[in-house]
Design a protein around this ligand. Structure first.
Ligand code: UFG
Length: 329
């Protein structure tokens, strides 16, 4: 039987790009997604199974019908504000259902897991850039849910010898340069697609959440990392895990921060369109500056981000965004 990677949440933003990246690199995939947030039209590679990631019957069937060598898990709820309002929903999806998935792996002797974690487990930074040793201090249920799974994975290694790599993304952004897949959340809360919406005229303006942060221009600073570079890190993590049969964790960012105002200027340059800006108050739970240190991923995985300028990242997002707009009409 041909070896496959199971991509849970492969119809979502980062999952669909990783699916393409794996297939472009001659890996075969199976996608499991309930399409509650993902998009069927983003699954253009591999076999697709519609279903819940905690459904034992579906999971056992996949693990029996395919030779799954690793599971990549992208199927989390990600809206920070919503996690504060509905913690039960977040802990159920992000923690309980992940435990069911891990139990199914153990039951079916599948040993390798790559987990999408987040810099949000560190909370407000004590120092910058944020490396893997930074103290953990999540400040919302979303961050806690990811932190809990990180701990659970350590326990599964001890008890069941389940290998895992934890990848902590900074701000995932951009789209595949082909323009065939990209970022499409509903509702959209992320800065880049919202600014592009303003540039294309789908919304009147972009609100800047807070202009009184302790940063050069008062707006929040983030480390934007291209989604295909995250996909590359997943493939390298898989290869590292297959070779070393161990656990590891990596922070994934470009190591450069851009403020909200700087990002809006880049969008104006790339699109050639004006963007109307409304300055409003802070969004609850936002840290002022988040910048990642990814030396560990560079040295151990050999990870080399290809999209290291914000212009290029925005160009790829813009290419997708114009087409996405067209598709939805
Ligand atoms: N922002 C605005 N206006 C907007 C939207 C966002 O000013 O309309 C600002 C935010 O305040 C923030 C920056 O733009 O300073 C980026 O915001 P995003 O919502 O795009 O992303 P976050 O930095 O909030 O990302 C966080 C975590 C990720 C997590 C993600 C979940 O850092 O790990 O939320 O959606 F995955």
């Amino acid at each position: 039987m041909e070896e496959r990677i199971l991509i849970v949440g492969g119809a979502g933003y980062i999952g669909s790009h990783t699916n393409k990246y794996l297939n472009d690199n001659n890996y075969k995939t199976v996608i499991l997604d309930d399409l509650s947030y993902g998009h069927k039209d983003a699954v253009k590679w591999g076999d697709f199974v519609k279903g819940d990631m905690a459904d034992d019957v579906i999971l056992d069937k996949i693990f029996t019908e395919y030779k799954i060598i690793a599971v990549f898990h992208f199927s989390a709820f990600i809206a920070v504000g919503e996690s504060v309002e509905k913690p039960g929903m977040y802990y159920n999806n992000n923690v309980s259902k992940t435990i069911s998935l891990l139990n199914a792996m153990v039951r079916n002797n599948v040993d390798n897991f790559v987990f999408s974690s987040t810099c949000a487990i560190m909370g407000n930074p004590k120092y910058l850039p944020i490396d893997e040793s930074h103290p953990r201090n999540p400040i919302n249920p979303y961050g806690w849910s990811k932190f809990m799974v990180e701990q659970i994975l350590k326990d599964f290694k001890k008890a069941h010898n389940l290998n895992s790599v934890v990848l902590r993304y900074f701000n995932a952004s951009g789209a595949d340069p082909s323009g065939t897949i990209g970022e499409k959340h509903n509702p959209e809360t992320h800065l880049i697609p919202l600014v592009l919406d303003a540039a294309i005229g789908r919304r009147d303006s972009i609100s800047i959440f807070g202009t009184d942060y302790d940063t050069d221009d008062g707006t929040c600073v983030r480390d934007y990392i291209h989604v295909n570079d995250l996909a590359q890190a997943h493939l390298l993590s898989l290869e590292w895990m297959l070779k070393n049969k161990e656990c590891n964790d990596f922070n994934l960012g470009n190591g450069t921060g851009f403020s909200v105002k700087q990002l809006i200027e880049v969008v104006k340059d790339v699109t050639g369109n004006d963007v109307e800006v409304v300055e409003s108050g802070r969004r609850e739970g936002d840290a002022g500056t988040l910048i990642g240190a990814s030396d560990k991923a560079h040295s151990i995985l050999g990870w080399k981000p290809k999209f290291d300028s914000l212009e290029t990242i925005i160009e790829t997002a813009w290419k997708w965004h114009q087409k996405m707009d067209f598709l939805e009409k």
